[in-house]
Structure formats: structure tokens, C-alpha cells
Write a protein that binds this ligand. Structure first.
Ligand code: ZN
Length: 101
């Protein structure tokens, strides 16, 4: 007996429905629902991890909860999580600003 499960079919379910009852969380989603267990790209520890938001720019992933929040909070405030983040994602002007408060 052979069963073929298409992983893309599962992924396609997210974001396709615009039902009238759909919650509108505003600009930012809270933490994505289902963490997977994996190795965090930053602290290299095996923990529940979340994929980074594509809107954040160049962010290594997956990220553990605390570091995911760090990015989410920084972007919420229009800034960067740390130097590496600013280096990867800031414009020259933003980088200057980040380095000179
Ligand atoms: Zn981490």
C-alpha cells in the first residue's frame, strides 16, 4: 500500500482564504502558530523554532522564540535587532543611525 502526501498542498492552505470571519491582526502577525523543533540559526540550540517573517528582509532562520520576538519587536519599532541585522538589512542611512544614537 502506497500513500503519497503532498507537502505543498498543506502549505497552500495557509493564506488563501479571505473569509468574512477572518481575524485582521493588523500589520503584524503575532508569533506563527505551530513551532517546529529545530536548530535556531542564531543560538544554535535545539528548541521550538519559527520561520522568520519574509518582510523582515535578510534574516537567518529558523529562529527560536526569544530571538523571533527580538526581530518582531525591532521591526515594529522600525529598527533592527542587532548589528548583524542592521548590517544585512539597513540602508546606509539607517545603519549610520543605528550606530550613532
Ligand atoms: Zn535562538
Amino acid at each position: 500500500m502506497t500513500t503519497t502526501h503532498d507537502a505543498t498542498a498543506l502549505r497552500a492552505r495557509a493564506g488563501n482564504s479571505a473569509g468574512p470571519q477572518a481575524p485582521r491582526p493588523g500589520r503584524h502577525n503575532p508569533m506563527p502558530q505551530q513551532p517546529t523543533i529545530g536548530v535556531c540559526a542564531l543560538c544554535k540550540q535545539t528548541r521550538p523554532v519559527f520561520p522568520p517573517d519574509p518582510a523582515w528582509g535578510r534574516v537567518p532562520g529558523p529562529l527560536c522564540g526569544p530571538q523571533w520576538s527580538e526581530y518582531a519587536q525591532a521591526r515594529d519599532q522600525g529598527t533592527f535587532a542587532h548589528f548583524r541585522d542592521a548590517f544585512d538589512n539597513a540602508t546606509d542611512e539607517q545603519l549610520q543611525e543605528f550606530l550613532q544614537p
